[in-house]
Write a new protein. Structure first.
Length: 269
């Protein structure tokens, strides 16, 4: 799920890219070194940086509560996954190949009955065929050779492999204000740093978040703080609203066969 801290981290990354478009090994756009981080600066460290000519850029949530903007159905959205395991039916034989991975299922339908095996961590294709052979032998004769099992005399043989699919569901959507603040030792550095960040973010509509969702970025305004008691401090705040979703994730099983017998017991799916 996307959290406020992850939105802040994404904004830090965007501000860093704006100030160091050629990487941190190259000079920054305003010239001096820039320190970019989440949260409010520590006073003593900020004073030291300003005296040394170092710019600080901070990202933190604005004052006030966020706004609930939920307006979508809370449906599950799954992402299809191609299994790494494969199966082929030739006559009365079923052969497995590929890579066995946890989360995949292998199944055989024979004589109107279905037999399903869920892959275990230590399995290989031979083990998959062997475990399915044990299940099928409860009803029919089975011959096993490596990753191939044969059911003599069978006429309606079908085999499939599927894998669990990752799925997400949006449980809440909110809009929260964020401040990107430039703390600079001169007015020129303040303007150069703020302009670089503002122009870069003006081209961004959505920011990518770690859970695979995206937050909508909307410019809200800017404020300037020049106070005489802070002779070395020139500050400018860029204000943005970010609308982002709170998500939950799960793995959803896939169906192999329909209205059949599952491991000799009635089963409808």
């Amino acid at each position: 799920m996307a959290d406020q801290s992850e939105v802040e981290a994404a904004l830090v990354a965007l501000a860093s890219l704006a100030l160091y478009p050629n990487g941190v090994g190259a000079p920054s756009v305003p010239g001096p070194n820039c320190r970019i981080y989440r949260g409010w600066p520590q006073s003593a460290a900020l004073d030291t940086d300003l005296r040394a000519g170092t710019i600080n850029v901070t990202v933190f949530a604005g004052h006030g509560a966020g706004r609930l903007t939920t307006r979508y159905y809370d449906d599950w959205n799954s992402i299809p996954v191609t299994p790494t395991l494969s199966v082929q039916v030739t006559g009365s034989s079923v052969s497995f190949a590929g890579q066995a991975q946890v989360g995949q299922l292998a199944g055989v339908r024979a004589g109107g009955r279905s037999y399903v095996y869920r892959i275990q961590p230590a399995d290989n294709v031979d083990a998959i065929a062997a475990n399915l052979a044990v299940l099928v032998r409860a009803d029919q004769i089975v011959q096993l050779s490596g990753a191939t099992l044969t059911i003599p005399g069978i006429s309606d043989l079908l085999a499939r492999v599927v894998t669990d699919a990752p799925a997400t569901k949006e449980t809440r959507r909110q809009s929260q204000a964020f401040r990107i603040t430039c703390w600079c030792p001169t007015p020129t550095m303040r303007d150069d740093a703020a302009i670089a960040i503002d122009q870069s973010l003006a081209a961004v509509t959505f920011i990518d978040l770690p859970d695979g969702s995206a937050g909508r970025l909307v410019y809200s305004g800017t404020t300037i703080f020049d106070q005489s008691r802070d002779a070395l401090l020139y500050r400018r705040d860029l204000l943005y609203m970010v609308e982002y979703a709170t998500m939950i994730a799960d793995l959803q099983p896939a169906m192999l066969f329909g209205d059949l017998q599952l491991n000799t017991a009635p089963f409808i799916a």
